[in-house]
Design a protein around this ligand. Structure first.
Ligand SMILES: NC(=O)c1ccc[n+]([C@@H]2O[C@H](COP(=O)([O-])OP(=O)(O)OC[C@H]3O[C@@H](n4cnc5c(N)ncnc54)[C@H](O)[C@@H]3O)[C@@H](O)[C@H]2O)c1
Ligand SMILES: O=C(O)C[C@H](O)C(=O)O
Length: 330
């Protein structure tokens, strides 16, 4: 057994966390040899519900769960944490776009960024799931000047997984046959799920599928609108699949992407692929030992260029909005 890892999770009494916490506690994030200390943050009115969740965690008698602490104080929860999963934020309802949540949720990430800055462990790695995830991560990053910017990320692995399944079903293969999938841009309706650099059974995925109309009129909108379709069907937003993706995103970040494949992760742009430096945008990323690198050298044709630019334009607008609101300094 190695030293226990302190994992902070916010919004711990919410829907996503009702799946996420149990999977972390059972070892699916850190593996079978690492104990976990859970640090759970909620707003004060939700603490009683969170106590109930903690009773259920206790009742699982997870061998790897070393301790659980709960609080409504971010400074306490983030003290010494190695991993922070920022899930706590309002979900959208029917007919809303995720960016409509900036007003309600943006403020949460100024305070949590500052608290992470002042209290997290030196090796902290931070993932934002709460929407609008890219711009919330941008806000947290700007409010944590002492934490290296590469420690901040936002979740697009859920979109990545959605794209894997759509492609696998179309090609009548199983999902592990689909590799090198990329989600570019924003976790929003403008995101660009890219089949032109993906592979199916080691061959170019777009060529294997051989149906440009399906890619444009079916694949891309289905992946990009999947969150809204789930809200329409379930009456509330994706929860178990979001928890699954949050685990997978962080596990891959800590343990590394497999040889010959990559993941999608929204990280601070260094200007790669013409994405303005400083935006938190999704890229194809390889990871190793807790570090990530944007995959370089992919050729971007006119079709892909237009899609990436549209999503990045939206991210730029969101950044301008939160700058105007004073949530980040321009
Ligand atoms: N990035 C993604 O792929 C993805 C996928 C699904 C959902 N989401 C987003 O994740 C967020 C959470 O979704 P959910 O279904 O769990 O929502 P939920 O409403 O069930 O739970 C959110 C929880 O966050 C708590 N909370 C609110 N403000 C907080 C704060 N300042 N500190 C700590 N906790 C706080 C609430 O009390 C609530 O318990 C939403 O914004 C949703 O849109 C993102
Ligand atoms: O669509 C939403 O609002 C929730 C989440 O971002 C999702 O993609 O399922």
């Amino acid at each position: 057994m190695t030293t226990p890892v302190k994992v902070a999770v916010t919004g711990a009494a919410g829907q996503i966390c009702y799946s996420l916490l149990f999977r972390i506690a059972s070892g699916q994030l850190l593996g079978p040899d690492t104990k976990v200390q859970l640090r759970l943050l909620e707003i004060t009115p939700a603490l009683k519900a969170l106590e109930g969740v903690v009773m259920e965690l206790d009742d699982c008698a997870f061998p790897l769960l070393d301790s659980v602490e709960i609080s409504d104080d971010a400074n306490t929860v983030f003290d010494g944490v190695n991993v922070a999963m920022l899930v706590g934020a309002r979900p959208r309802g029917k007919g809303m776009e995720r960016s409509d949540l900036l007003e309600a949720n943006g403020q949460i990430f100024t305070g949590q960024g500052k608290a992470l800055n002042d209290h997290a462990a030196d090796d902290v790695r931070i993932t934002v799931t709460g929407n609008p995830a890219n711009t919330n991560a941008l806000i947290a990053m700007h409010n944590a000047p002492d934490i290296p910017t590469e420690r901040f990320s936002a979740l697009t692995r859920l979109d990545h997984n959605r794209a894997l399944t759509q492609a696998a079903q179309k090609a009548s293969v199983s999902t592990p046959e689909v590799t090198k999938m990329t989600i570019w841009g924003n976790h929003s309706a403008t995101q660009y799920p890219d089949l032109f650099h993906a592979e199916i059974g080691g061959r170019n995925a777009a060529e294997v599928i051989g149906d440009q109309a399906w890619i444009e009129n079916d694949f891309i909108p289905t992946v990009a609108q999947r969150g809204a379709a789930i809200i329409e069907a379930r009456g509330s937003s994706s929860a178990a699949s979001a928890a699954n993706a949050t685990i997978e995103h962080t596990r891959l970040w800590l343990q590394g992407t497999p040889e010959g494949d990559w993941t999608s992760m929204a990280v601070r742009s260094d200007g790669s692929y013409g994405v303005p430096e400083g935006l938190i945008s999704s890229f194809p990323v390889t990871t190793k030992d807790g570090d990530w690198e944007i995959v370089q050298g992919l050729e971007i044709d006119e079709f892909s260029r237009g899609r990436i630019d549209a999503s990045v334009a939206e991210l730029t607008e969101e950044r301008d909005t939160v700058t105007e609101k004073g949530l980040i300094q321009g």
